[in-house]
Design a protein around this ligand. Sequence first.
Ligand code: ZN
Length: 370
Amino acid sequence: MKKILPLSISLFLLLLLGSVKAQQPLDSLLAVRGFAIAAPQVDEVDRFVKFIDEELAPRNVNTLILRVDYNYEYESRPELRDSVALSKEDVKKMVVVAQKNDIRIIPQVNLLGHQSWAGDLENLLEVYPEFDETPNIEMPEEYEWPNEDGLYCKSYCPLHPDVHDVVFDIVDEIVEVFEADAFHAGMDEVFYIGHEQCPRCHGRDKAELYAGEVTKIRNHLADKGVELWIWGDRLIDGKTTGIGMWEASMNNTHRAVDLIPKDVVINDWHYETAYPTAAYFAMKGFRVVSCPWRTPDVGVKQVQDMVRFRDQSTEEMKSRYYGVMQTIWSGAGDFMDAYYEERPDEERGDRTQWNTFKTMYDEINRLSSE
Ligand SMILES: [Zn+2]
Protein backbone atom coordinates (compact mmCIF):
# COMPACT_ATOMS: atom_id res chain seq x y z
CA MET A 1 0.00 0.00 0.00
CA LYS A 2 2.79 2.40 0.96
CA LYS A 3 4.47 1.83 -2.37
CA ILE A 4 1.31 2.15 -4.42
CA LEU A 5 0.11 5.39 -2.85
CA PRO A 6 2.91 7.71 -4.02
CA LEU A 7 2.56 6.27 -7.53
CA SER A 8 -1.19 6.90 -7.60
CA ILE A 9 -0.68 10.41 -6.24
CA SER A 10 1.90 11.27 -8.87
CA LEU A 11 -0.29 9.78 -11.57
CA PHE A 12 -3.16 11.88 -10.29
CA LEU A 13 -1.00 15.02 -10.32
CA LEU A 14 0.18 14.22 -13.81
CA LEU A 15 -3.40 13.83 -15.01
CA LEU A 16 -4.41 17.03 -13.26
CA LEU A 17 -1.54 18.91 -14.81
CA GLY A 18 -2.40 17.46 -18.21
CA SER A 19 -6.01 18.55 -18.01
CA VAL A 20 -5.08 22.02 -16.78
CA LYS A 21 -2.62 22.39 -19.63
CA ALA A 22 -5.16 21.32 -22.23
CA GLN A 23 -7.89 23.58 -20.84
CA GLN A 24 -5.89 26.72 -20.27
CA PRO A 25 -5.24 27.92 -23.84
CA LEU A 26 -8.86 27.30 -24.84
CA ASP A 27 -10.32 29.40 -22.02
CA SER A 28 -7.97 32.28 -22.71
CA LEU A 29 -8.70 31.99 -26.44
CA LEU A 30 -12.49 32.15 -26.00
CA ALA A 31 -14.05 32.16 -22.54
CA VAL A 32 -17.53 31.32 -23.86
CA ARG A 33 -17.88 28.42 -26.30
CA GLY A 34 -21.61 28.25 -26.62
CA PHE A 35 -24.42 26.27 -28.20
CA ALA A 36 -28.04 27.54 -28.17
CA ILE A 37 -31.00 25.31 -28.97
CA ALA A 38 -34.63 24.70 -28.00
CA ALA A 39 -34.91 22.46 -24.94
CA PRO A 40 -35.77 18.93 -26.13
CA GLN A 41 -39.30 17.58 -26.09
CA VAL A 42 -40.03 15.06 -23.34
CA ASP A 43 -39.44 12.04 -25.58
CA GLU A 44 -36.12 13.43 -26.84
CA VAL A 45 -34.47 14.00 -23.47
CA ASP A 46 -32.39 10.84 -23.28
CA ARG A 47 -31.11 11.26 -26.79
CA PHE A 48 -30.27 14.88 -26.07
CA VAL A 49 -28.39 13.96 -22.89
CA LYS A 50 -26.29 11.59 -24.99
CA PHE A 51 -25.73 14.36 -27.53
CA ILE A 52 -24.43 16.68 -24.80
CA ASP A 53 -22.11 13.98 -23.51
CA GLU A 54 -20.82 12.66 -26.82
CA GLU A 55 -20.92 15.65 -29.18
CA LEU A 56 -20.92 18.95 -27.25
CA ALA A 57 -18.47 18.04 -24.48
CA PRO A 58 -15.70 16.54 -26.68
CA ARG A 59 -15.78 19.68 -28.85
CA ASN A 60 -15.18 21.79 -25.72
CA VAL A 61 -18.57 23.50 -25.65
CA ASN A 62 -18.83 25.05 -22.17
CA THR A 63 -22.11 27.02 -22.35
CA LEU A 64 -25.50 25.60 -23.33
CA ILE A 65 -28.45 27.96 -23.81
CA LEU A 66 -31.71 26.00 -23.65
CA ARG A 67 -34.83 27.74 -24.88
CA VAL A 68 -37.33 26.33 -22.44
CA ASP A 69 -40.16 28.90 -22.60
CA TYR A 70 -43.23 26.95 -21.42
CA ASN A 71 -41.82 23.46 -21.99
CA TYR A 72 -41.56 22.81 -18.25
CA GLU A 73 -44.04 21.67 -15.63
CA TYR A 74 -44.02 24.97 -13.73
CA GLU A 75 -45.40 24.61 -10.24
CA SER A 76 -45.63 28.36 -9.55
CA ARG A 77 -47.65 28.99 -12.71
CA PRO A 78 -49.13 25.67 -13.87
CA GLU A 79 -51.56 27.58 -16.09
CA LEU A 80 -48.64 28.47 -18.38
CA ARG A 81 -47.31 24.95 -18.98
CA ASP A 82 -47.26 23.48 -22.48
CA SER A 83 -49.64 20.51 -22.74
CA VAL A 84 -46.65 18.17 -22.77
CA ALA A 85 -43.76 19.60 -20.81
CA LEU A 86 -40.46 18.59 -19.23
CA SER A 87 -40.62 17.26 -15.69
CA LYS A 88 -38.16 18.10 -12.95
CA GLU A 89 -36.57 14.67 -13.49
CA ASP A 90 -36.09 15.41 -17.19
CA VAL A 91 -34.36 18.68 -16.36
CA LYS A 92 -32.12 17.04 -13.75
CA LYS A 93 -30.88 14.52 -16.33
CA MET A 94 -29.59 17.46 -18.39
CA VAL A 95 -28.20 19.23 -15.33
CA VAL A 96 -26.24 16.14 -14.30
CA VAL A 97 -24.63 15.55 -17.69
CA ALA A 98 -23.80 19.24 -18.05
CA GLN A 99 -22.17 19.41 -14.62
CA LYS A 100 -20.20 16.26 -15.34
CA ASN A 101 -18.75 17.95 -18.42
CA ASP A 102 -18.28 21.45 -16.91
CA ILE A 103 -20.95 22.86 -19.20
CA ARG A 104 -22.89 25.86 -17.88
CA ILE A 105 -26.61 25.60 -18.72
CA ILE A 106 -28.41 28.92 -19.17
CA PRO A 107 -32.19 28.49 -19.52
CA GLN A 108 -34.11 30.88 -21.75
CA VAL A 109 -37.66 32.17 -21.60
CA ASN A 110 -38.56 34.87 -24.14
CA LEU A 111 -39.47 38.05 -22.32
CA LEU A 112 -40.97 41.23 -23.83
CA GLY A 113 -41.03 40.13 -27.51
CA HIS A 114 -41.66 36.80 -29.22
CA GLN A 115 -44.97 36.29 -27.43
CA SER A 116 -46.44 34.72 -30.57
CA TRP A 117 -45.10 32.75 -33.48
CA ALA A 118 -46.67 32.86 -36.96
CA GLY A 119 -50.42 32.52 -36.35
CA ASP A 120 -50.25 31.33 -32.73
CA LEU A 121 -50.07 33.16 -29.44
CA GLU A 122 -47.55 31.86 -26.93
CA ASN A 123 -48.86 30.73 -23.56
CA LEU A 124 -48.39 34.00 -21.67
CA LEU A 125 -50.75 36.06 -23.84
CA GLU A 126 -53.06 33.10 -24.37
CA VAL A 127 -53.63 32.90 -20.61
CA TYR A 128 -53.20 36.61 -19.80
CA PRO A 129 -54.54 38.56 -22.80
CA GLU A 130 -54.52 41.74 -20.70
CA PHE A 131 -50.69 41.83 -21.01
CA ASP A 132 -50.86 42.23 -24.81
CA GLU A 133 -49.14 45.41 -26.06
CA THR A 134 -51.37 45.37 -29.18
CA PRO A 135 -54.76 44.08 -28.01
CA ASN A 136 -56.53 45.08 -31.22
CA ILE A 137 -54.22 43.20 -33.56
CA GLU A 138 -55.79 39.80 -34.09
CA MET A 139 -53.82 36.68 -34.83
CA PRO A 140 -54.36 35.79 -38.51
CA GLU A 141 -55.77 32.48 -39.71
CA GLU A 142 -53.00 32.22 -42.25
CA TYR A 143 -49.88 34.07 -41.20
CA GLU A 144 -47.74 35.68 -43.85
CA TRP A 145 -44.93 38.21 -43.78
CA PRO A 146 -45.07 41.06 -44.61
CA ASN A 147 -48.60 41.92 -43.46
CA GLU A 148 -50.66 45.07 -42.93
CA ASP A 149 -50.33 45.00 -39.16
CA GLY A 150 -46.55 44.66 -39.24
CA LEU A 151 -47.12 41.59 -37.07
CA TYR A 152 -43.94 39.60 -36.67
CA CYS A 153 -44.37 38.56 -33.04
CA LYS A 154 -46.58 39.92 -30.27
CA SER A 155 -45.02 41.65 -27.26
CA TYR A 156 -46.17 41.96 -23.71
CA CYS A 157 -46.61 45.44 -22.28
CA PRO A 158 -43.56 46.18 -20.10
CA LEU A 159 -45.57 48.77 -18.14
CA HIS A 160 -48.51 46.52 -17.28
CA PRO A 161 -48.61 46.56 -13.47
CA ASP A 162 -49.08 42.77 -13.11
CA VAL A 163 -46.90 41.29 -15.85
CA HIS A 164 -43.70 40.95 -13.80
CA ASP A 165 -45.45 39.12 -10.96
CA VAL A 166 -46.21 36.40 -13.47
CA VAL A 167 -43.04 36.27 -15.57
CA PHE A 168 -40.67 36.53 -12.61
CA ASP A 169 -42.29 33.46 -11.04
CA ILE A 170 -41.43 31.57 -14.23
CA VAL A 171 -37.91 33.02 -14.37
CA ASP A 172 -37.15 32.17 -10.73
CA GLU A 173 -38.44 28.64 -11.04
CA ILE A 174 -36.57 27.81 -14.23
CA VAL A 175 -33.30 29.25 -12.87
CA GLU A 176 -33.70 27.20 -9.72
CA VAL A 177 -34.51 23.87 -11.39
CA PHE A 178 -31.57 24.24 -13.79
CA GLU A 179 -29.31 25.28 -10.86
CA ALA A 180 -28.28 28.16 -13.13
CA ASP A 181 -26.23 31.26 -12.39
CA ALA A 182 -27.42 33.02 -15.56
CA PHE A 183 -30.73 33.45 -17.37
CA HIS A 184 -31.38 34.28 -21.03
CA ALA A 185 -34.36 36.59 -21.61
CA GLY A 186 -34.27 36.59 -25.44
CA MET A 187 -35.55 40.16 -26.10
CA ASP A 188 -34.71 40.06 -29.80
CA GLU A 189 -36.73 41.38 -32.71
CA VAL A 190 -39.10 43.40 -30.53
CA PHE A 191 -41.11 45.27 -33.15
CA TYR A 192 -44.15 46.07 -31.04
CA ILE A 193 -43.00 48.48 -28.35
CA GLY A 194 -44.48 51.82 -27.30
CA HIS A 195 -47.40 50.95 -29.59
CA GLU A 196 -50.29 53.32 -30.20
CA GLN A 197 -52.73 50.64 -28.98
CA CYS A 198 -51.16 50.61 -25.53
CA PRO A 199 -52.50 53.29 -23.20
CA ARG A 200 -49.46 52.95 -20.92
CA CYS A 201 -46.63 52.93 -23.47
CA HIS A 202 -47.89 55.02 -26.39
CA GLY A 203 -45.90 58.21 -26.79
CA ARG A 204 -43.01 57.10 -24.64
CA ASP A 205 -39.43 56.83 -25.81
CA LYS A 206 -38.92 53.29 -27.20
CA ALA A 207 -35.26 53.14 -26.19
CA GLU A 208 -36.25 54.02 -22.62
CA LEU A 209 -39.05 51.44 -22.64
CA TYR A 210 -36.68 48.74 -23.87
CA ALA A 211 -33.91 49.74 -21.47
CA GLY A 212 -36.38 49.92 -18.60
CA GLU A 213 -37.45 46.34 -19.18
CA VAL A 214 -33.87 45.03 -19.53
CA THR A 215 -32.91 46.84 -16.33
CA LYS A 216 -35.92 45.56 -14.41
CA ILE A 217 -35.13 41.95 -15.35
CA ARG A 218 -31.41 42.43 -14.67
CA ASN A 219 -32.10 43.89 -11.21
CA HIS A 220 -34.49 41.08 -10.32
CA LEU A 221 -31.82 38.51 -11.25
CA ALA A 222 -28.92 40.42 -9.69
CA ASP A 223 -30.63 40.26 -6.30
CA LYS A 224 -30.16 36.49 -6.48
CA GLY A 225 -26.66 36.61 -7.94
CA VAL A 226 -27.90 35.55 -11.38
CA GLU A 227 -26.57 37.12 -14.59
CA LEU A 228 -28.74 38.32 -17.51
CA TRP A 229 -28.03 37.40 -21.13
CA ILE A 230 -29.95 38.90 -24.09
CA TRP A 231 -29.73 39.00 -27.91
CA GLY A 232 -28.08 42.19 -29.16
CA ASP A 233 -30.11 43.25 -32.22
CA ARG A 234 -32.28 45.91 -30.49
CA LEU A 235 -29.12 47.75 -29.40
CA ILE A 236 -27.65 48.29 -32.89
CA ASP A 237 -28.70 51.26 -35.04
CA GLY A 238 -30.07 49.53 -38.14
CA LYS A 239 -30.30 52.71 -40.23
CA THR A 240 -26.84 54.18 -39.73
CA THR A 241 -25.11 50.80 -39.98
CA GLY A 242 -27.23 49.58 -42.91
CA ILE A 243 -27.72 46.31 -41.03
CA GLY A 244 -31.50 46.75 -41.16
CA MET A 245 -34.55 45.76 -39.14
CA TRP A 246 -33.76 42.16 -38.12
CA GLU A 247 -30.16 41.99 -36.98
CA ALA A 248 -30.41 45.62 -35.83
CA SER A 249 -33.11 48.08 -34.79
CA MET A 250 -35.12 50.27 -37.14
CA ASN A 251 -37.59 51.19 -34.40
CA ASN A 252 -35.44 53.51 -32.31
CA THR A 253 -34.59 51.13 -29.49
CA HIS A 254 -30.83 51.27 -30.14
CA ARG A 255 -30.07 54.16 -27.79
CA ALA A 256 -30.89 51.69 -25.01
CA VAL A 257 -27.27 50.55 -25.41
CA ASP A 258 -26.30 53.54 -23.24
CA LEU A 259 -29.10 53.05 -20.72
CA ILE A 260 -28.79 49.44 -19.57
CA PRO A 261 -26.42 48.00 -16.92
CA LYS A 262 -23.03 46.99 -18.29
CA ASP A 263 -23.07 43.52 -16.74
CA VAL A 264 -25.74 42.27 -19.18
CA VAL A 265 -24.10 39.79 -21.58
CA ILE A 266 -24.85 40.57 -25.23
CA ASN A 267 -25.37 37.77 -27.78
CA ASP A 268 -24.57 39.47 -31.08
CA TRP A 269 -26.10 37.35 -33.83
CA HIS A 270 -25.24 37.79 -37.52
CA TYR A 271 -26.05 34.99 -39.86
CA GLU A 272 -25.07 35.72 -43.46
CA THR A 273 -22.22 38.21 -42.94
CA ALA A 274 -19.88 38.43 -39.95
CA TYR A 275 -20.48 42.12 -39.21
CA PRO A 276 -17.77 43.20 -36.75
CA THR A 277 -20.25 44.68 -34.26
CA ALA A 278 -18.61 42.88 -31.33
CA ALA A 279 -16.20 45.83 -31.14
CA TYR A 280 -19.13 48.23 -30.69
CA PHE A 281 -20.51 46.32 -27.72
CA ALA A 282 -17.08 45.81 -26.16
CA MET A 283 -16.32 49.52 -26.46
CA LYS A 284 -19.62 50.30 -24.75
CA GLY A 285 -18.46 48.16 -21.82
CA PHE A 286 -20.35 44.92 -22.44
CA ARG A 287 -19.17 41.36 -22.66
CA VAL A 288 -20.17 40.16 -26.11
CA VAL A 289 -20.65 36.73 -27.68
CA SER A 290 -20.78 36.47 -31.51
CA CYS A 291 -23.35 34.03 -32.86
CA PRO A 292 -23.65 32.31 -36.26
CA TRP A 293 -26.51 30.10 -37.50
CA ARG A 294 -26.24 28.14 -40.74
CA THR A 295 -23.39 29.63 -42.74
CA PRO A 296 -20.14 27.83 -41.86
CA ASP A 297 -17.75 30.52 -43.05
CA VAL A 298 -19.59 33.16 -41.00
CA GLY A 299 -19.00 31.04 -37.89
CA VAL A 300 -15.31 30.65 -38.76
CA LYS A 301 -14.91 34.40 -39.35
CA GLN A 302 -16.63 35.20 -36.06
CA VAL A 303 -14.18 32.92 -34.24
CA GLN A 304 -11.20 34.48 -36.01
CA ASP A 305 -12.48 38.03 -35.43
CA MET A 306 -13.11 37.37 -31.75
CA VAL A 307 -9.61 35.96 -31.29
CA ARG A 308 -8.03 38.82 -33.24
CA PHE A 309 -10.02 41.50 -31.39
CA ARG A 310 -8.86 40.04 -28.07
CA ASP A 311 -5.33 39.89 -29.30
CA GLN A 312 -5.28 43.52 -30.44
CA SER A 313 -7.05 45.03 -27.44
CA THR A 314 -6.15 46.76 -24.23
CA GLU A 315 -6.41 44.83 -20.96
CA GLU A 316 -9.66 46.71 -20.27
CA MET A 317 -11.26 45.48 -23.48
CA LYS A 318 -9.84 41.95 -23.81
CA SER A 319 -12.15 40.12 -21.45
CA ARG A 320 -15.25 41.71 -23.02
CA TYR A 321 -14.61 39.71 -26.20
CA TYR A 322 -16.32 36.90 -24.42
CA GLY A 323 -16.66 34.16 -27.04
CA VAL A 324 -18.89 32.62 -29.69
CA MET A 325 -22.11 30.64 -29.68
CA GLN A 326 -23.70 28.42 -32.32
CA THR A 327 -27.46 29.07 -32.61
CA ILE A 328 -29.90 26.34 -33.68
CA TRP A 329 -33.37 27.42 -34.75
CA SER A 330 -35.05 24.08 -35.29
CA GLY A 331 -36.26 21.76 -32.56
CA ALA A 332 -33.67 19.66 -30.75
CA GLY A 333 -35.02 16.44 -32.31
CA ASP A 334 -34.92 17.81 -35.86
CA PHE A 335 -31.45 19.14 -35.30
CA MET A 336 -30.10 15.87 -33.95
CA ASP A 337 -31.62 13.96 -36.91
CA ALA A 338 -29.93 16.27 -39.42
CA TYR A 339 -26.68 16.25 -37.45
CA TYR A 340 -26.32 12.49 -37.22
CA GLU A 341 -27.46 11.92 -40.80
CA GLU A 342 -25.21 14.79 -41.99
CA ARG A 343 -28.23 15.81 -44.02
CA PRO A 344 -27.60 18.55 -46.60
CA ASP A 345 -30.14 21.35 -47.07
CA GLU A 346 -32.19 21.09 -50.26
CA GLU A 347 -31.37 24.63 -51.32
CA ARG A 348 -28.28 25.52 -49.31
CA GLY A 349 -26.29 22.28 -49.65
CA ASP A 350 -23.76 22.01 -46.82
CA ARG A 351 -24.57 25.50 -45.50
CA THR A 352 -26.56 24.06 -42.62
CA GLN A 353 -26.78 24.56 -38.86
CA TRP A 354 -25.06 21.27 -38.07
CA ASN A 355 -22.24 21.93 -40.50
CA THR A 356 -21.75 25.45 -39.15
CA PHE A 357 -21.50 23.96 -35.67
CA LYS A 358 -18.92 21.38 -36.72
CA THR A 359 -16.89 23.78 -38.84
CA MET A 360 -16.82 26.52 -36.23
CA TYR A 361 -15.75 24.18 -33.45
CA ASP A 362 -13.07 22.66 -35.67
CA GLU A 363 -11.69 26.17 -36.05
CA ILE A 364 -11.84 26.87 -32.30
CA ASN A 365 -10.04 23.66 -31.47
CA ARG A 366 -7.50 24.18 -34.24
CA LEU A 367 -6.64 27.67 -32.98
CA SER A 368 -6.33 26.48 -29.40
CA SER A 369 -3.83 23.80 -30.35
CA GLU A 370 -1.62 26.19 -32.34
ZN1 ZN B 1 -47.51 48.95 -23.09
